[in-house]
Ligand binder design. Structure first.
Ligand code: FES
Length: 580
C-alpha cells in the first residue's frame, strides 16, 4: 500500500482549544501555562497525548512513567508538544473479577479522553495484557495518528538452574505440588525467582503476544516488541517513537491507514509463527470491530492454519523473551515469513512505508530460538477454530500448546456448572473421573463470569495428576492465560450464560473432538439437544447495577471479540462545542 502524506503545515484539531484571542482560547492556554509553558508552544505545533497506563497496581507497567520521559524527549526534539495523561490501567494480576471485564471500560474511557481533549496524536504506553488491546481499541475508534510503545518484557527468571517463565512455571509448580512432586517450601522459594525485573511476563504469553501483534499490525516501530524493559534500547525505542508520532501527525497517518485487512492477516500468521496467546484472538477481533475491518474468527483459522511455530519460547517451547530479543526479535520472524510467502510485504506501518522495508535486511542471531520453517517447533501453529453442535459460533484451541494424542478423542463429560462448582469438587477423591474424560466448565464466558476469566486451563483432578497424567481435554467458554498450555478448548460460543449448547451438557454425555476436522460435537440426538435447550434457564446472576450490569447487558460473544455492542465502530475524533 502506498501512503500519500498530507500537506504540512495545516490547522490541527488542538487549535480548536488554543488558537486566537477569544475568551475560550485564553482560558485554555492560561490553564495549561500554570505548568510553566511559554507562549510560543501554542503556535500550532502538534500536541501529542502520551496515554500512560502506569500504575503501581499494574506492576508490569510500573516503569512506564520513567519511559514516558524518553517519549517526551523525542516529541520535543521533533517539534511537538507532549502532554502525559494517565489512563485506565487494567492489570492482569490484580483486577477482580478479571481484568478482561474492564478492557472495554478502559477502551471506552480512553476513547473519550482522546476525543474530548486537545490532542493531535497519541502515544499509547502499554504492556500488561489488557492495556495493549484497550488502548488500541480506543485509538481505532478515534482514528487520530497513534503509535504504540510497549514497556517490554522482564528479564529471564532462573530457579534451581532452570529458566522459569512468568505464569507458565506458576502453573507447572502448582500442579507439581498437587501431584506431590514439589513441596510447598520450594514453591514459596520460587516466588521470588520468577519476576526479577521491571516489565511484562517474559514468556510468549498474552503481553508478549499482544506486543508482537502490535508490531505485526504495523502500529509500533519495528523491533519494539521484544526489547527487555530494562535494556537501554527500550529507552531509545521510546525516544524514537516520540519523534515519529510528530511526523505521523504532520503526515496525517492514521490507524485506519494501517489497520487494514492485510495487517490483520499478517498478525494472525505472526501469532501462529510465534506460538502466541489464544487471547490475541478475542483482542484482534475487537480491534478490527472498532476500525470496521471485515475480519472474523474464520480468518484466524484460514490464515493461521498452515503456519508452523518457529519461535521456541515458553509456554510452547524452551526460551524466554530475553533470548528472543538477542536472536533479533519479531523482525527476524517477519523476514522469514516474507521469504516464505506468509506476509503481505506491502502492508503499511507507523514508519510510513511497507513492513517489508523494515525487516528485509535483519539477521537471525540464534537459529534455535527463532527456527527455520524447515526445522519448526510445531508444524501447525495458529489457532484451530472448532465448530459443531457444541459450538455453533466456534471455539478455539491452540495446537502448539496441546497434546498430540488428544487431538482426536471421544470422552465422557465431567461437568462443572461454574467456577465455584469446579473449585468445590475437583479435588474430591470420589469425583468420577479419569484421564479419558473431558472436563467441561460452564458459565465462564463474557456474560457469565462476568468478563470471561482465564480459567479455561482448569487444573486436572489431583487423583489424575497423581497417576503422572499431565493433560486432559478441557472445554469451556472461558479464556486461558497466554502463559498456559494443554489441550484446552476455549471461547466456546455462544457461551453457556447466553444459552449456548455448552449450557445443556450433562455428566456422562459423550463429546467428540477432532481438531484436524475442526469438529466439536456433543454426541446426543438432535431432538434431545433441542429439548434440553428449550428447557434451559439461566443460572448465572446478573449484576443489579454499576459497570458489571452494563457489561453483562451489552457484551457480545467471544466469537466477535467480546466488545460492548454500542462501542463497535469508528466514531472519529470530532471536537465538540465549548464555552466558558
Ligand atoms: Fe501483566 Fe503478564 S500479568 S504482563
Amino acid at each position: 500500500m502506498t501512503f500519500k502524506p498530507a500537506k504540512w503545515p495545516r490547522r490541527l484539531r488542538s487549535r480548536e482549544w488554543y488558537e486566537g484571542s477569544t475568551k475560550d482560547a485564553i482560558y485554555h492556554r492560561g490553564w495549561l501555562k500554570n505548568q510553566g509553558y511559554p507562549d510560543d508552544l501554542f503556535d500550532g505545533r502538534p500536541i501529542i497525548g502520551i496515554l500512560n497506563t502506569w500504575s503501581e497496581l499494574t506492576p508490569c507497567n510500573g516503569h512506564l512513567r520513567e519511559l514516558a520521559e524518553k517519549v517526551k524527549a523525542g516529541i520535543w526534539e521533533a517539534g511537538g508538544f507532549p502532554v502525559e495523561v494517565p489512563v485506565f490501567s487494567a492489570s492482569e494480576n490484580t483486577f477482580r473479577p478479571t481484568a478482561m471485564m474492564f478492557r472495554n471500560l478502559a477502551a471506552m474511557s480512553i476513547e473519550e479522553q482522546i476525543r474530548g481533549q486537545p490532542m493531535d496524536g497519541c502515544v499509547l504506553m502499554v504492556g500488561c495484557d489488557k492495556t495493549t488491546p484497550s488502548l488500541l481499541m480506543a485509538a481505532a475508534s478515534c482514528d487520530l495518528p497513534s503509535i504504540v510503545v510497549t514497556g517490554g518484557p522482564m528479564l529471564n527468571g532462573w530457579f534451581q538452574g532452570e529458566r522459569v517463565g512468568t505464569g507458565t512455571h506458576l502453573w507447572r509448580f502448582s500442579e507439581a505440588v498437587k501431584a506431590g512432586e514439589m513441596d510447598q517450601e520450594t514453591f514459596l522459594e520460587a516466588e521470588n525467582a520468577v519476576t526479577r525485573s521491571a516489565g511484562t511476563c517474559n514468556t510468549m504469553g498474552t503481553a508478549s503476544s499482544m506486543a508482537s501483534m502490535t508490531e505485526a499490525l504495523g502500529m509500533a516501530l519495528s523491533g519494539n516488541a521484544a526489547i527487555p524493559a530494562v535494556d537501554s534500547r527500550r529507552r531509545v525505542m521510546a525516544q524514537l517513537s516520540g519523534r515519529r508520532i510528530v511526523q505521523m501527525v504532520k503526515d496525517d497517518l492514521k490507524p485506519s491507514d494501517i489497520l487494514t485487512k492485510q495487517a490483520f492477516e499478517n498478525a494472525v500468521r505472526v501469532n501462529g509463527a510465534i506460538g502466541g496467546s489464544t487471547n490475541a484472538v478475542v483482542h484482534l477481533l475487537a480491534i478490527a470491530g472498532r476500525i470496521e475491518v471485515d475480519f472474523t474468527l474464520d480468518d484466524w483459522d484460514r490464515c493461521g492454519r498452515d503456519v508452523p511455530t518457529i519461535v521456541n519460547l515458553q509456554p510452547s517451547g524452551d526460551y524466554l523473551m530475553e533470548e528472543f530479543f538477542y536472536a533479533g526479535g519479531l523482525p527476524v520472524v517477519l523476514r522469514q515469513m516474507g521469504e516464505a510467502g506468509l506476509l503481505h510485504r506491502d502492508a503499511l506501518t507507523v514508519s510510513g512505508g511497507p513492513i517489508w522495508d523494515e525487516v528485509k535486511s535483519v539477521r537471525n542471531g540464534n537459529s534455535d530460538v527463532i527456527r527455520s520453517f524447515e526445522n519448526a517447533l510445531t508444524a501447525q501453529g495458529g489457532m484451530a477454530v472448532l465448530r459443531g453442535n457444541l459450538a455453533p459460533k466456534g471455539a478455539i484451541l491452540k495446537p502448539s500448546a496441546a497434546s498430540p494424542h488428544l487431538m482426536q478423542h471421544k470422552g465422557r463429560a465431567v461437568v462443572f456448572e461454574d467456577i465455584d462448582d469446579y473449585k468445590a469438587r475437583i479435588a474430591d477423591p470420589d469425583l468420577d473421573v479419569d484421564e479419558t474424560c473431558i472436563l467441561v466448565l460452564k458459565n465462564c464466558g463474557p456474560k457469565g463470569y462476568p468478563g470471561m476469566a482465564e480459567v479455561g486451563n482448569m487444573g486436572l483432578p489431583p487423583k489424575v495428576l497423581k497417576k503422572g497424567i499431565k493433560d486432559m481435554i478441557r472445554i469451556s467458554d472461558a479464556r486461558m492465560s497466554g502463559t498456559a498450555y494443554g489441550t484446552v478448548i476455549l471461547h466456546t460460543s455462544p457461551e453457556a450464560a447466553a444459552g449456548g449448547p455448552l449450557a445443556i451438557v450433562q455428566n456422562g454425555d459423550m463429546i467428540d473432538v477432532d481438531v484436524a476436522a475442526r469438529r466439536l460435537h456433543l454426541d446426543i440426538p438432535d431432538e434431545e439437544l433441542a429439548a434440553r435447550l428449550s428447557e434451559w434457564k439461566p443460572t448465572f446472576e446478573h449484576a443489579a447495577s454499576g459497570y458489571a450490569w452494563l457489561h453483562q447487558a451489552h457484551v457480545e460473544g467471544a466469537d466477535t471479540g467480546a466488545d460492548l455492542d454500542f462501542l463497535k465502530g469508528c466514531r472519529g475524533s470530532p471536537v465538540g462545542k465549548d464555552s466558558h
